[in-house]
Each structure stands twice: as structure tokens, then as C-alpha cells.
Write a protein that binds this ligand. Sequence first.
Ligand code: SF4
Length: 200
Amino acid sequence: MSDIQTGTTPYQASKEEFLATRLDHVTDLIQKMGINWARKNSLWPMPFATACCGIELMATGASRYDIGRFGAEAMRFTPRQCDLLICAGRVAIKNMRVLQRIYMQMAEPKWVISMGACASTGGVFDTYAVVQGIDQFLPVDVYVPGCPPRPETLLEGVMLIQRLVDQDGIKSSAQRGKGLRLVVPAPQQRLIDLNVPGRN
Ligand code: SF4
């Protein structure tokens, strides 16, 4: 423990102040050494699948597309263990309160993917009973287009979240305001070589 000089008055730092200063340094160091690298490669998704988009979400988690390659395979069904909400499918007005409650229960910092036309805009369900875009009620960070989006497109969305985590640090969603509202570009139409084994 050492004296700290403020002007001409000698200052004796207390034991608590000394420890707090050192902890600040440790936190800074951990951030510089890559806490974001660790966080972006261990996203814990909270799936909120209400309709057909949910099937593509399940395919994304299965062996062929293997979301585990991005460290996001640990899907949990309790929001307190999750930091990435993936809303896949239409959301009825009556269900919105449930979705909001799930979001509020998730740990900070947290991110939101709106998967598919229905979650993002209501899609074909242009009716009073369906939410015409969850961003009216939640801060959406990434929109994944499609009806339904292919698993590759959802993976693009996850990678976009990873880039956000890397750049954004550990800010809470409250600090980030209404969400970042980025859109995954529509996938390019690819010609599928029918002669490739395993392709349909
Ligand atoms: S966007 Fe299309 S596939 Fe997804 S829930 Fe709506 S109707 Fe179903």
C-alpha cells in the first residue's frame, strides 16, 4: 500500500480503494485480452419458434448445418441462461406479452434476431391478431429475410451478431437503444449441380 499525493496533502488509500483500483485494471486487461472473442463464440440462443420458420431453426441446429460450428449450439429453454433471442415465426398479439417477458428475463448483454418475414413484418398475416413486426415491441438487432429463411441465411445472421459482439463490447441492450436493425442480405440464387451426390 502506498501514499498517493494529491496536491500537497498526503493521501493514504484504504485497503478497499486499493483493491477496487486493481480490479479495474484486471477488468480492462480481460477486455483487451479478448472477452469479446470468448463471448461471441459462446452465444446461448433462446429459440422462440412459433411457426414454419421454427423448422428451419431446428435444421440450423442439426448436423448438416451445425450451428455448433459458431459456438451457439447450447440452445436453452430458460431465458435466464440465454443471451441471443431468435424469434422464428409469426407472433400473435396475445403471445407478445410472453415474448416480452422472455426478453426481459434474459441476461445482459443480449441480442435479438428476427427470423423470417412474419417475425419482421407480419408477413402474409396482415391481420389485427398478428404482430406486424416484433420490432414494435422489442429491440431487434438483426433481421433475417425469407419465408422461411434457409439455415445458411440464419447462420449469416448469427455471424452478424458475432461481429456486433466483437465491436460492441459488453454494452447492455439499454445502452444500445432500440437495437441495431441490421439486415442480412438476401442470399444469392445459386445453381445447384444435380450431379453432386447428396444434393437434391
Ligand atoms: S415467414 Fe414464412 S415460413 Fe416463416 S413463419 Fe412466416 S409463413 Fe412461415
